[in-house]
Design a protein around this ligand. Structure first.
Ligand code: NAP
Length: 256
């Protein structure tokens, strides 16, 4: 097991979309690294409570807070609950995301695009904005780290029917670069991760197990990834060991 060199870690970590998949893995590993963890969920309250129960059973501290992070008012609630129950956030993993409607570009509607872009990029901007208000010395904060979960699709253009998804993740990468320039001198590090194909529920609408079986041989490492492999990278990026990693997005994609 990796040691993060910060056993006295008393930080407060918010993970958006932590009821399952990559977010749940980040929440569990974050708690093991010593963070008090806010397990955000959109719809899956029971699953989020199960993540909290796992963390508590392992001796960690966590709370579940429901908030649709695509909506500014609900993000305000998420951060207010965090302030009230754990204090100022010091680490944020912007993980919540959806694949959106799978279709050729000419079949997208304003509604499908609004859903995709509000969930995948507005959420990052809303949450980062609330975090900066708590991390920046301009607002009485002491710095922090923000990790944005992008996708290899930002680089590859997305698989068939997912061009708009890829574009929403390209926006996440641009946001990471720009925000790093805006707040880096205030003690806030901003970084991103581009996961490759990871075995989670998000793949169900595009073929799930069958898609993973077909794709595995095309991935240089010869297999799809597991959520814990993204969590390892995310928790390292939050740690002092990554103190000079800033304004960049790392690929954790098995070479994809
Ligand atoms: P997942 O298993 O489907 O989990 C998505 C999580 O996001 C769920 O916990 C869901 O919670 C939450 N969520 C969705 N919309 C939300 C909203 N509006 N507000 C709050 N929470 C919301 O997917 P995953 O694979 O772990 O994906 C996590 C991130 O990794 C996403 O940003 C995704 O784009 C990215 N990614 C995944 C892959 C992959 O192959 N798996 C590859 C590249 C990038 P509720 O059910 O509670 O709403």
């Amino acid at each position: 097991m990796v040691s993060y060199g910060d056993s006295a870690n008393s930080g407060v970590l918010i993970v958006t979309g932590a009821s399952r998949g990559i977010g749940a893995a980040c929440a569990r590993l974050g708690a093991r690294a010593g963070y008090k963890v806010v397990v955000n969920y959109g719809r899956s309250r029971d699953a989020a409570l199960a993540v909290v129960a796992d963390i508590e059973a392992a001796g960690g501290r966590a709370i579940a807070v429901g908030a649709d992070v695509s909506k500014l008012s609900e993000v305000a609630h998420l951060f207010a609950e965090t302030d009230r129950r754990f204090g100022r956030v010091t680490a944020l993993i912007n993980n919540a995301g959806i694949g959106g409607a799978i279709r050729p570009i000419e079949e997208h509607t304003e509604a499908t695009l609004n859903d995709l872009f509000s969930t995948n990029i507005y959420s990052c901007i809303h949450c980062a904005s609330a975090a900066v208000r708590r991390m920046s010395p301009r607002h009485g904060g002491k710095g922090g780290v923000i990790v944005n979960i992008s996708s290899a699709a930002a680089r590859l253009g997305g698989i068939q029917g997912m061009v708009a998804y890829a574009a929403s993740k390209g926006a996440v990468d641009s946001f990471t670069i720009g925000l790093a320039k805006e707040v880096g001198k205030e003690g806030i590090r901003v970084v991103g991760i581009r996961p490759g194909m990871i075995a989670t529920d998000i793949l169900e609408p595009i073929g799930g197990d069958e898609l993973m079986r077909e794709t595995a041989p095309t991935i240089p490492i010869g297999r799809v990834g597991q959520p814990e492999e993204i969590a390892q990278a995310a928790i390292w990026l939050l740690s002092p060991g990554a103190s000079y990693v800033h304004g960049t997005t790392i690929d954790v994609s098995g070479g994809r």
